[in-house]
Design a protein around this ligand. Sequence first.
Ligand code: KG4
Ligand code: ZN
Length: 359
Amino acid sequence: MLVLGLETSCDETAAAVVTRDADGTPRIVSSVVLGQMREHEKFGGVVPEIAARAHLKNLDPVVELALEKAGIALGDIDAIAATAGPGLIGGLLVGVMEAKGICAALGKPFLAINHLEGHALTARLTNNVAFPYLLLLVSGGHTQILCVRGLGNYERWATTIDDALGEAFDKTAKLLSLGFPGGPAVEKAATGGNAERFNLPLPMRGQKTLNFSFSGLKTAVRQEAARNQPLDPETISDLCAAFQSVGTSSVCDRAARSMALFEASEASDTQKIFVAAGGVAANKAIRSGLTGLCAERGWQFVAPPLELCGDNAAMIAWAGLERFELGQTSSLDFQARPRWPLDSQVEAVIGGGRKGAKA
Ligand code: KG4
Ligand code: ZN
């Protein structure tokens, strides 16, 4: 079975083909990701209207390239999956309309996929991880811990009450004039920096809640930057190192609490797997913090390879394949959704991530 996936919910235009080999192993047949960094760079962030126009211009050639790399024609595809939310509505419409158009023309099944589900299931694509597992979904729009119990069965255990961690990385980079996107720039600048020089506050220190908060940390970085003007490269490096270190501690602290909760509530023979996904999961300091924590507690740590942490279409195609295997498809009437929580049972948290945000 071959599933074509399309991703256009933010600033990456992507198409991919995935399959499951005869022995059941998931496989990415081809994956193409075209970023829009240059289009948005001078604005210091993603401009929705520009993003939508770029998707419109680039999606056809990106799909053609993905098919060419896979060595197949559109007719060989068994189903088409597209990100239908959450995200920027202009981009979502481009991807959803393209998928629906092809499906209608060729009589193929259509699958409307939740972008967050794509991130949530990536570890099953890359590492064939079985359910259940704990998931840290950490990106530009979301910072959540979820218990993934099955396909479509996601319990949100924690979320940010203000900024997402990726957003805090991006704002820190902007403040220190490190460019866009900020995460990789802050990580690079932090290399060799002295994290001890600045005493930035650990968010929600001592609080029992599993939730995250990063706006105080962001403010503390702004105050230190103001106090140390003009900023020399060493100060920038030290500030980035301090920010990254506190961000890592916060993530590890919440991860440890969620593991304890999982251990207390699940049967003792339940597998203990902690998965990280989303753009910020590419951060090496965070990965190594979580690797150490999992080793200490006897958990298995799984994080996708760097290129599958950020937005891509392989994860969308894969979520589509998993749903299609269970006989699920979506109606061609399915409307794109700018907001689409993974766990509809929990209440939204006011300020829980960027407005209109995705992961
Ligand atoms: O999942 P993702 O690709 O898409 C959206 O959230 O839209 O995540 C993007 C986020 C951005 O905030 C970016 O700065 C952050 O992930 N990011 C990183 C790194 N690479 C990307 N943050 C920290 N360290 C990185 N290496
Ligand atoms: Zn994402």
